[in-house]
Design a protein around this ligand. Structure first.
Ligand code: ADE
Length: 241
């Protein structure tokens, strides 16, 4: 199986890059695609850059040039759930754009015409990731900033071209997307491309902040911890495929 992996920032690809055996590098559209292997699987890893267009372009190349069988987007996010703290992990079941709005024409918030409001992640990938995550958690493989037990949930991830740093923004989003757990800047774009090309996809995110007033400082402090939690899970998931 050939797995395409997208991490937006250096912190989100570093642990993966160190774990993979890289055989070849290809630069396409200014991004470097690292082609290699991890145990029994072929992998293609790309640092996409931040935001929806960067992520969508990277996903398109992974699918159409590298012919990957699945795409996983790994990294950090802001928690918009009162229950989820820094370090906690969400496995996307559904993804939507929090900043796409044609409600004035009768569409649902986030809904792109000719699509549903939510893009779906691949159910089998979510189930496998859940099982792997539970095992890693029991082995104490994830990090948290404090002493509280790490939580792993499946749920809704929201995407937009904004870093969310005010509680009012998080609360406004939850009015339209009641069950949303985390917000980030790439996942739904990856899922939309994967929907177009009928390629299974999964978004794994660990919270670097709580999408509130402390977010810029928390993000800087915990981006690596969160990115590593997500990457640790992804490596074990690849092993389980
Ligand atoms: N990625 C990590 N934290 C985020 C936040 N607060 N808003 C958007 N994307 C994020």
């Amino acid at each position: 199986m050939r797995i395409g992996i997208i991490g937006p920032m250096e912190e989100e690809v570093s642990l993966l890059q160190a774990a993979f055996t890289i055989k070849e590098e290809q630069v396409i559209g200014g991004r470097t695609y690292l082609v290699g292997s991890y145990h029994d699987h072929e992998v293609v890893l790309v640092k996409s850059g931040i935001g929806k267009v960067c992520a969508a372009t990277a996903a398109c190349v992974l699918v159409n040039t590298f012919k990957v069988d699945a795409v996983v987007n790994s990294g950090c996010a802001g928690s918009i759930s009162d229950q989820l703290k820094i370090g906690d992990i969400v496995l996307s079941t559904k993804l939507a754009y929090q900043d796409f709005d044609l409600t004035i024409f009768g569409y649902q918030r986030g809904q792109v015409p000719s699509y549903e409001q939510y893009f779906e992640a691949d159910h089998a990938l979510v189930a496998k990731a859940e099982a792997v995550a539970a095992k890693l958690k029991s082995e104490g493989k994830f990090k948290t900033p404090g002493t509280s037990a790490l939580q792993i949930v499946t749920g809704t991830v929201l995407t937009g071209d904004q870093f969310i740093s005010q509680k009012a923004q998080s609360l406004a989003m939850k009015e339209f997307f009641h069950e949303a757990q985390m917000v980030e800047m790439e996942g739904a774009a990856v899922a939309q491309v994967c929907t177009d090309f009928k390629v299974p996809c999964l978004v794994i995110r660990s919270a670097s902040d709580t999408a509130s007033g402390e977010s810029p400082e928390d993000f800087n402090e915990f981006v690596q911890l969160a990115a590593d939690n997500s990457a640790t899970l992804l490596l074990a998931l690849i092993d389980a495929l």
